[in-house]
Design a protein around this ligand. Structure first.
Ligand SMILES: Cc1cc2nc3c(=O)[nH]c(=O)nc-3n(C[C@H](O)[C@H](O)[C@H](O)COP(=O)(O)OP(=O)(O)OC[C@H]3O[C@@H](n4cnc5c(N)ncnc54)[C@H](O)[C@@H]3O)c2cc1C
Length: 89
């Protein structure tokens, strides 16, 4: 099977297929430019998907928890009461 695109979607799909025993080839058009994620934050839904695959725990342990977030210099979000785990806030 061929997966086109080695972004988060393609890599997750390829990983799931490989886990299911399917031989997968991932094609990525960017040869020189870095394909490292642009993300600075991993959202709850992403953590849920990683948790299903047994991958969230290590990320939660090695990541840097964000205690507060300020958006556009106007909105302040207090995340300090969210547990530092894969549990829901
Ligand atoms: C500046 C910025 C900051 C962001 N920050 C966050 C964040 O903090 N947290 C978060 O969760 N999300 C963040 N995002 C969103 C996140 O990057 C996207 O949701 C995610 O990259 C989408 O993954 P994708 O695999 O669907 O697409 P993409 O990441 O775009 O990957 C698609 C890949 O397919 C390749 N491709 C496309 N067409 C072809 C083709 N014909 N042949 C071969 N290869 C092809 C592309 O080169 C690319 O590598 C951010 C996005 C941006 C732009």
């Amino acid at each position: 099977m061929v997966v086109v695109g080695a972004g988060p979607t393609g890599l997750m799909l390829a990983g799931d297929l490989a886990e299911a025993g399917v031989v997968v080839t991932v094609l990525e058009r960017r040869a020189d430019e870095s394909n490292v994620t642009r993300a600075f934050a991993v959202h709850a839904r992403t953590m849920e998907e990683l948790e299903i695959r047994g991958l969230a725990g290590e990320l939660a342990r090695t990541g840097t928890p964000i205690r507060a977030l300020r958006l556009f210099d106007r909105v302040q979000i207090d995340l300090s009461r969210c547990p530092v785990s894969t549990d829901h806030c």
